[in-house]
Design a protein around this ligand. Structure first.
Ligand code: ZN
Length: 322
């Protein structure tokens, strides 16, 4: 079984599955892999839980690959998981994770992932796409401002042929339902999703220019993260990038009271050094070699564990008696 797709620095879906099992079995922090549900084409959607899974404790969620071609997002999540589960990362976080759970959903749209993998494996390797197997943009499929009239071309479209097709109704898609049911059955306090590209750390709202109640708190949380980056990302509400309705972070925040962040990884991936990137849309969304960008992201992503601990665990600890 090939762990990497030929001529690329990105993993096969089978490679991801096998590494997830290895990471969980070798993790120095208690960990478990669970199948949360299935995609349109019956592929498993995995959730990995670090911690004992008691969801009376506060929980943190990382998730990736909502959009088919945004492979670097999955790579970022896998790297976050490696650093959390082993060596220094495990030693640093083990005690905090006794008081919380850290969840990871590495591939929310497995059909999309496999479709891109097949395209990359062909002779020219051109690959592009963002939707699920029924042609729905999952990040426009959530019950928040779903029927709003689009104000930007990226906004969420009622037109099936659009790359931003929102679906027939809110959460019409199996992948969205798996995600919704996971959220409603847990105690997630904060979340971070990985997308590409834009070099930005985004927070709600995307559907309106209105400032959210926690605007200042979001800026503070995001800046604490970007301070840990060698090349810091910009920090702004989603609507400053573009307006979008039916978007997951807005739903998580408005309906579920979750402090939901979204990282748009990297600048445009096109790189003069590598001819393979010149004409292939896949490399506009993904750096040819993601390693430098992963080093830039992971410390910021892992910092959220401390943020959650400081906000949702520490204030409720009994004060030691003397
Ligand atoms: Zn995306």
């Amino acid at each position: 079984m090939a762990k990497f797709i030929k001529n690329t620095n990105y993993m096969t879906f089978k490679g991801i599955e096998s590494e997830l099992h290895d990471l969980v079995s070798q993790s120095e922090i208690p960990a478990e892999i669970i199948t949360l549900g299935h995609s349109v084409e019956e592929r498993p959607i995995y959730g990995i839980c670090f911690g004992d899974g008691d969801h009376r404790k506060p929980e943190l969620l990382y998730y990736a690959l909502t959009h088919s071609m945004e492979y670097v997002g999955n790579a970022a999540l896998m790297e976050t998981m490696r650093r959390l589960s082993q060596h220094n990362g495990a030693a640093e976080h083990a005690e905090k994770i006794e008081k919380m759970n850290v969840w990871m959903i590495p591939v929310l749209n497995p059909d999309g992932y496999v479709k891109i993998e097949e395209q990359l494996g062909r002779r020219l390797g051109f690959a592009a796409g963002r939707k699920n197997a029924r042609g729905v943009d999952l990040n426009r499929n959530f019950p928040v401002a779903f029927y709003h009239i689009p104000r930007s071309i990226f906004a969420g479209s009622p037109v099936k042929a659009s790359p931003y097709y929102r679906g027939a109704s809110p959460c019409s898609e199996p992948e969205s339902q798996v995600f919704r049911d996971f959220i409603l059955g847990h105690n997630i306090k904060m979340s971070l999703s990985f997308h590409s590209f834009g070099g930005a750390l985004l927070f709600p709202y995307s559907y309106t220019k209105k400032k959210c109640r926690d605007y200042d708190l979001f800026v503070q949380i995001c800046e604490e993260m970007t301070h840990r980056q060698e090349n810091p990302y910009s920090v702004k509400p989603g609507c400053d990038l573009y307006n979008a309705n039916g978007e997951m972070e807005d739903w998580l925040y408005d309906e579920c009271r979750i402090l939901a962040l979204c990282m748009e990884i990297g600048k445009i991936g096109f790189n003069l050094e590598y001819p393979a990137t010149w004409l292939n849309p896949f490399y506009w969304a993904n750096p040819y070699d993601p390693r430098a960008e992963l080093d830039n992201i992971t410390p910021a992503a892992l910092h959220l564990i401390d943020t959650l601990y400081n906000m949702f665990v520490k204030p409720f600890e009994p004060i030691a008696k003397f």
